[in-house]
Write a protein that binds this ligand. Structure first.
Ligand code: PRP
Ligand code: URA
Length: 207
């Protein structure tokens, strides 16, 4: 499935402030929510719709309405920073949670929590995690989501590394990826360069 890199002046502007090391957590959280709104509009372009009829004060007319439910699975903890705007846009979204934490040295993700509703089956499903670095966390999360019956899955990230995109495309070729930036590389500590640092720490102000 194709990789889509969001190409919008506002997205670039928001991302520049997210990257800025001086941005404090309260502003970082707000920027992440705003940028996620743009990403989600792009990521849900393919959700199923149908033609309905509505009556305006003037006449009856055709109107396109949503015909498919949405599910979202944020990867804890950083993915939580992307949840709120999705719930605002799609109030009847089904929400699952997957907790994964990378080992500081090996970058291998350890699973510590998972609650994914069976109702993901048949829904247009977004897995949200702001950083797609080695791709290990995203590949694990998507395997878990698929095990609950989801078959139409899009990975939504804010910053991606080429290594992570390649790993995810190899592990799950049927999963679309929507991101706000495709960065240059990973460094020797498996951090995205130029990136924005540790998203979870910047979101929650942890050292
Ligand atoms: C970060 C990020 C992803 C993962 C990406 O989480 O939010 O989940 O790293 O790296 P990968 O592509 O190499 O797997 P982290 O493990 O730091 O946990 P946190 O969200 O709790 O801070
Ligand atoms: N996780 C982050 O938060 N940042 C990175 O650059 C890589 C993984």
């Amino acid at each position: 499935m194709p990789l889509q890199v969001l190409d919008h002046p506002l997205a670039s502007h928001l991302l520049a402030s997210l990257r800025d090391e001086r941005t404090p957590p309260q502003e970082f959280r707000q920027l992440a929510r705003r940028l996620t709104t743009l990403l989600v509009l792009q990521a849900t372009y393919g959700i199923r719709t149908r033609i309905d009829r509505v009556t305006t004060p003037l006449c009856e007319t055709e109107a396109r309405v949503l015909d498919q439910g949405l599910a979202v699975v944020p990867v804890l903890r950083a993915g939580l920073g992307m949840l709120e705007p999705i719930v605002d846009l799609f109030p009847d979204v089904a929400v699952g949670y997957i907790g994964l934490e990378r080992h500081e040295e090996t970058a291998v993700a350890r699973s510590y929590y998972s609650k994914v509703p069976q109702s993901v089956e048949g829904r247009f499903t977004l897995c949200v995690d702001p950083m797609l670095a080695t791709g290990g966390s995203a590949a694990q999360a998507i395997s878990l989501i698929k095990a609950h019956g989801a078959s139409q899955i899009t990975m939504v990230s804010i910053v991606s590394a080429p290594e992570g995109v390649e790993k995810l495309q190899q592990a799950h070729p049927d999963v679309a990826i929507v991101t706000a930036a495709l960065d240059e590389k990973l460094n020797d500590r498996h951090y995205i360069v130029p990136g924005l640092g540790d998203f979870g720490d910047r979101l929650y102000g942890t050292p």
